[in-house]
Design a protein. Structure first.
Length: 273
């Protein structure tokens, strides 16, 4: 786990590089070869005996696979200005990106789709998401920053309506852990611990979920007495140069069967009447 730095003791660039290298399971020689520098120089940088140039920090960040936010942190720790801006999605300069997200969400109707940030907080959603949020009994979950993972697994959220809750919870925690491995973000670590503590039935033994006719783990939901089944996809911007945009993702739900598809279309017609 990456060490959390306090504001009165800023992280040293060498310490951060060493920690990220260990997190990526790379030796000094491995990273040096990939980045095109000598192992001796990298050793000096990590120990603080040598100060890296801006180009070297950016090169190491690239080969360590750091997200844009973490690259900025590494640059700041080396005494350089951040390379990537962080603007709100409502910023005028983000109008093209905002329009692209809204187009994707709208085009996905009558099926649910939503945009989330790095911490799985809801940014915006299409009209098909509202009926799902209507199932939430603990309305405090819908106040402030609405976290979609918390809503899905909380007993006062969608958890009572998810038919395959045990498998879905395992999938959510696995996916969150993968994100933590990339970012080492303490807020995500705290979220993972919170979600892991929520009750769920034990995972079924014997017959695995990935049967011969399955193509992906479905999200199975009981809505208004009807069993719905979805498969999900994640869409991200391919070449982001802004921190906010790099952390934005669109989660889209596709009907996994004809019955779910028909139900979504019927719900859409009902909203129009």
């Amino acid at each position: 786990m990456m060490k959390q730095q306090t504001s009165d003791r800023p992280a040293k660039v060498g310490d951060l590089i060493k920690e990220w290298r260990a997190r990526r399971r790379l030796s000094q020689l491995d990273l040096a070869l990939e980045a095109g520098v000598s192992q001796r120089h990298l050793s000096f940088v990590e120990s603080g005996r040598s100060a890296p140039s801006r180009d070297m920090v950016e090169t190491l960040s690239e080969h360590l696979g750091l997200p844009l936010r973490e690259r900025n942190v590494l640059l700041l720790s080396a005494g350089f200005a951040p390379a990537f801006a962080e603007r709100k999605l409502t910023d005028p300069s983000m109008s093209a990106a905002r329009a692209a997200v809204e187009l994707v969400l709208k085009s996905h109707e009558p099926n649910p789709a939503l945009a989330i940030d790095r911490y799985w907080n809801l940014v915006t959603a299409n009209a098909a998401v509202a009926p799902l949020l209507g199932l939430v009994s603990d309305k405090s979950l819908l106040e402030g920053a609405v976290n979609v993972l918390r809503i899905s697994l909380h007993p006062g959220g969608l958890a009572p309506y998810i038919a395959n809750l045990a498998r879905w919870k395992s999938h959510v925690l696995w996916r969150l852990n993968e994100q933590i491995n990339v970012t080492c973000d303490p807020r995500l670590i705290d979220l993972e611990r919170e979600l892991a503590a929520y009750p769920a039935p034990p995972a079924l033994k014997g017959k695995p979920w990935d049967e011969a006719d399955a193509i992906a783990l479905p999200f199975e939901l009981n809505l208004g007495g009807q069993a719905l089944s979805f498969i999900t996809t994640t869409t991200v911007f391919g070449t982001p140069a802004d921190v906010t945009l790099s952390e934005l993702a669109v989660e889209a739900f596709f009907p996994a069967d004809a019955e779910t598809s028909a139900a979504m279309q019927a719900m859409a017609k009902a909203r129009q009447n």
